[in-house]
Design a protein around this ligand. Structure first.
Ligand code: ACO
Length: 316
């Protein structure tokens, strides 16, 4: 027993921030950002917008496309580094907005979150515990980055993207890895300053990233995960129709193309959204799906904090 994606949707902030907008408020330039990363603009939440609104819109669109009513959903998973609230979990709030009454859970696996949500939904399907699932990735990296740190804040954007899944015959194949102690500190954010009188814990809570170490990890882990899913299915890259990579840096995507060839199989939209963490793979899927035929073989692949990396080979 496997799964099929039967609907997708997205929710984006209204505000578009270009590289030139950033260059007006910090020591950077369109040239540096676009040459080093491929990013030209990103969406950023405004004061009047919430991540819950974006997520609810994305999920509603996916349900409508899947012709699925809220009461048919028996598993709702939200992947997010952090919703509008630390508690309750964002999945509880999305369920409330959409009138969904089922098992809800949040997954915090950073950029790999959508892949972990797929893996979890697949396990529920296999166990006979769910027939239709809604998975939503909703991220507001603008709230986590230090806007005084030009080496990180220019890279990210905010977005939400969702997919409705149903049980199907074709089994997805996964390759997942967490490196744990080996390098996780290159990409982390502490919980932040707390005012407990019994400790002197202090940290600004912003995202810390050692860009060059993450770059090397990204290229090697993408290569390893894709090779692993191909080997498990006795396929080669020639058998795959599209590879949807986490959109972190166009140079990383080009690094994968150098290893696997076939640039036409590696679509990208990082130019418009920057790195939207776990929302990036489902957002790309949502934008690209018009080019897929049912039965096409897709590889979804992501890497990020953990250091975690994940790939899934599935049939469209
Ligand atoms: N504008 C102008 N100059 C800048 C900026 C900026 N925004 N940021 C850094 N610089 C400067 C640096 O200060 C440095 O100057 P110096 O040589 O005088 O010291 C110079 O540019 C080069 O900096 P590097 O860090 O060496 O630049 P690099 O070519 O490595 O590119 C980048 C940096 C884009 C971050 C790259 O390392 C990268 O993409 N790493 C991977 C990041 C990633 O994929 N993260 C994904 C996981 S995170 C997640 O998804 C949640």
């Amino acid at each position: 027993m496997g799964l099929k994606i039967i609907g997708t949707g997205c929710g984006l902030p209204e505000k578009i921030i270009t590289n030139n907008d950033l260059a007006a408020i910090m020591d950077t330039s369109d040239e540096w950002i676009s040459q080093r990363t491929g990013i030209r603009e990103r969406r950023i939440l405004s004061a009047g917008e919430s991540l819950l609104e974006l997520g609810t819109k994305a999920a509603g669109e996916a349900l409508a496309e899947a012709k699925t009513k809220a009461e048919e959903i028996d598993l709702l998973i939200v992947s997010t580094i952090g919703g509008d609230y630390k508690t309750p979990a964002m999945s509880c709030l999305v369920a409330g907005e959409l009138g969904i009454d089922c098992i809800t859970l949040d997954i915090n696996m950073a950029c790999c979150g959508f892949l972990y949500a797929l893996h979890t939904a697949n396990a529920y399907f296999r166990a006979g515990m769910a027939k239709k699932a809604l998975i939503l990735s909703a991220e507001a990296l603008s709230r986590l980055t230090d806007w005084r740190d030009r080496s990180t804040c220019v890279l990210f954007g905010d977005a939400a993207a969702a997919a409705v899944l149903e049980q199907a015959d074709s089994e997805p194949v996964f390759s997942m890895q967490v490196r744990g102690k080996d390098g996780w500190e290159h990409l982390h954010a502490l919980r932040g300053t707390d005012n407990c009188p019994f400790n002197d814990f202090e940290d600004n809570g912003f995202l810390h990233m050692n860009g060059q170490d993450i770059y090397k990890f990204a290229v090697s882990s993408i290569t390893a995960r894709i090779h692993e899913v191909l080997e498990k299915c006795s396929l080669t890259i020639e058998d795959i129709d599209k590879v949807l990579l986490h959109q972190a840096n166009l140079r990383i995507i080009n690094g994968a193309i150098t290893r696997f060839g076939h640039p036409e199989k590696f679509p990208h939209n990082i130019e418009h959204y920057g790195n939207t963490s776990s929302a990036s793979v489902p957002l790309l899927l949502h934008e690209e799906k018009g080019n897929f035929q049912r039965g096409d073989k897709l590889i979804l692949c992501a890497f990020g904090a953990g250091l975690a990396s994940a790939a899934c080979l599935l049939e469209w």
